[in-house]
Design a protein around this ligand. Structure first.
Ligand code: 5GP
Length: 117
């Protein structure tokens, strides 16, 4: 896999390409997915170029916690808290990860099915 700093998400972080940003802090940014799989589909990513969960270590403890908390805050902001929503983290080839920069998918606005594909 290429370095996370080479991806389209790093270009979004650096504002080199546009995105519909819904949240931004010094460490985390969230924006609408370009190819939504639900009425609400937002990606929450660390600004640190971590490839995925497998590449994270104990030094990333706070950052990983922050990603989930921000996902919950964005879900609230989008009006999803009451009805519910799904958070997904694809990891590596078999996990279906296409962009090698850690991201949490926030999906909502419709009833999700299980098992996932
Ligand atoms: P993955 O399959 O790696 O878990 O998810 C990558 C996600 O990034 C996909 O849902 C895809 O639609 C989204 N994506 C890929 N390129 C772009 C882009 O340039 N802008 C935005 N906003 N989303 C993108």
């Amino acid at each position: 896999m290429p370095q996370a700093s080479d991806t389209v998400f790093s270009k979004i972080i650096r504002k080199e390409i546009p995105a519909k940003i819904v949240y931004e802090s010094q460490t985390v940014i969230a924006f609408h997915d370009i190819n939504p799989q639900a009425p609400v589909h937002i990606l929450i990513i660390p600004k640190k170029p971590l490839v995925n969960i497998s590449a994270a270590d104990r030094g990333d403890l706070e950052l990983l916690g922050e990603l989930l908390l921000v996902a919950g805050e964005v879900a609230e902001q989008e009006g999803l808290s009451k009805g519910g929503y799904r958070l997904v983290v694809n990891n590596g080839r078999d996990g279906g990860q296409e962009v090698p920069h850690l991201h949490v998918h926030l999906l909502g606005g419709r009833k999700m099915t299980w098992p996932p594909g």
